[in-house]
Ligand binder design. Structure first.
Ligand code: BGP
Length: 484
């Protein structure tokens, strides 16, 4: 009897609280299609996929994708089928402002589309979480420099105000940007994401500074002018892998910290840390390297005292896209199994264990404790801010079909980690699976699929069919336990 009591108690503790938000996520360019319909402007992804299709693995694009512009009611029906509490979607900037420099030209058809989408969610008590910007920048703004333009923060604030005004009566969870690192390191510093600029040494950091200023402007605009009447919350979504030391040595610990600062600290520290500003050790490394390379000043631009204060604390919550992790060593420079996108100014060795299950994506391995390690680390580092996991998921090749046992293992592992985090006192408020359905996966095109629902891209209707993982997720969401 004693034993039985202990185990039933333990089981009770392993429940997700009733107010924990379970959801699924998507992004406009990846699902909507209708790229040039009803007054929508051209985005940088439209331009790149149309003019340089060879940059995409299967030479495809998001012109039609899952056709959610027309299928949105079916999408909401799927969210209902899964019994989800929330849906994270993104708003397409060029669909709302096709002429982004003409402040009053709002595209009513675009506004109508998102109104219908949001109203459909609310009809069924689904909480909308809106991403203001998930990579589909109006091409017209890229022509003026995009995220590298000193005007960018102003453009972004203007756009954010438009969406707060149009949708903020019903959307109460806002995030400004999705994944700064992907945009800045891979889009401006490198050539793995639009606009594929490849300005290796400085692109990343000028983008980072502008993005932080733009985020803070949009946050303060909400906080000062909309929150008092709309009562919502505004955060940012940062992609954060777990980066641990290969050994317990001081050198490896320092190398891991440097890598964390390089990979996500430059975006997170200025907003979430107590001291604000760019992370110190990494800033010193970049300054030193810049001088050696013959630059007059550091490639990492300064934040003035005023900018530092403006950015610091500009959040109601932290959104984290978390998929994977890796280990770092100081002693040997080795990138065994590592992908080029892991390379940056922190010259450290990156290790990926052969024990970690590989997915269809070269960057994504199943690292058993990564979510727990990461969230407990952040809890201490940033004084336990409210956190949503805004993306987490597993890719398979299309041939896998509907029986996606590895994805089921991934979700069960991640959600077990999430329960461990709740027990450890992490202020974790919700979990959004990436993705509700198969979609256009950027440079991977349709060769790597993340959906709980399979999409038949060959069919005109873009028919959606639940995978085995959808039934498992549904059961977890319904019962609030992992092993009902
Ligand atoms: C994140 C993005 C998503 C999604 C996912 C899968 O980086 O926010 O939009 O695409 O990762 O990654 P990928 O498409 O690079 O395989």
């Amino acid at each position: 009897i004693g034993l039985f009591a202990v185990s039933s108690n333990a089981q009770q503790e392993r429940r997700f609280p009733d107010d924990f938000l379970f959801g699924a996520a998507t992004a406009s360019y990846q699902i909507e299609g209708a790229w040039n319909v009803d007054g929508k402007g051209e985005s940088i992804w439209d331009r790149m996929t149309h003019t340089k299709p060879h940059l995409i693995k299967d030479m495809t694009n998001g012109d039609i994708a899952a056709n959610s512009y027309y299928n949105y009611k079916r999408d909401v029906e799927m969210i209902r089928e899964l019994g989800l509490d929330a849906y994270r979607f993104s708003i397409s900037w060029p669909r709302i402002l096709p002429n982004p420099l003409a402040p009053y030209e709002v595209n009513q058809a675009g506004v109508d589309f998102y109104n219908n989408y949001i109203n459909e969610m609310l009809k069924y008590n689904i909480t909308p979480m809106a991403t203001i910007y998930h990579w589909d920048l109006p091409q017209k703004l890229q022509d003026l420099g995009g995220l590298l333009s000193p005007m960018f923060p102003e453009w972004f604030e203007h756009y954010a105000r438009v969406v707060y005004e149009k949708f903020g009566d019903r959307v109460k969870l806002w995030t400004t940007f999705n994944e700064p690192r992907e945009m800045c390191l891979l889009g401006y510093g490198g050539d793995e994401k639009a606009p594929f600029l490849n300005l290796t040494d400085i692109g990343t950091y000028y983008c980072a500074k502008n993005l932080l200023l733009a985020h803070a402007r949009a946050y303060h605009a909400y906080n000062n002018d909309f929150k008092p009447t709309q009562n919502g919350e505004c955060g940012i979504v940062i992609n954060i892998s777990w980066i641990g030391p290969l050994t317990d040595s001081e050198e490896d610990n320092y190398a891991a910290e440097l890598k964390r600062q390089a990979e996500w600290g430059i975006y997170a520290e200025p907003i979430f840390s107590e001291q604000g500003g760019f992370p110190k050790e990494f800033a010193e490394v970049v300054a030193q390297k810049s001088i050696e390379q013959g630059y007059a000043t550091s490639r990492l631009p300064e934040l003035t005292e005023e900018e530092r204060k403006f950015i610091q604390g500009s959040f109601d919550f932290l959104g984290i896209n978390h998929y994977t992790g890796y280990l770092v060593s100081a002693n040997e420079y080795k990138t065994a199994n590592a992908v080029p996108s892991l390379l940056d100014d922190a010259d450290v060795g990156v290790y990926i264990s052969d024990d970690w299950l590989p997915s269809a994506s070269d960057w994504l391995k199943m690292v058993p404790d990564s979510l727990y390690n990461l969230l407990t680390h952040l809890k201490d580092k940033y004084n336990n801010p409210p956190v949503y996991i805004t993306e987490s998921g597993w890719s398979e090749v299309p041939e896998t079909g509907l029986i996606d046992d590895e994805r089921i293992l991934f979700y069960r592992t991640a959600l077990n980690n999430a329960l461990d985090c709740l027990e450890a006192g992490v202020n974790l408020k919700g979990y959004m699976a990436w993705s509700l359905m198969d979609n256009y996966e950027w440079i991977a095109g349709y060769t790597e699929l993340f959906g709980l629902y399979e999409v038949d891209f060959k069919s005109e209707a873009k028919t959606r069919t639940p995978r085995k993982s959808a039934f498992v997720y549904k059961q977890i969401v319904k019962t609030r336990v992992i092993d009902p």
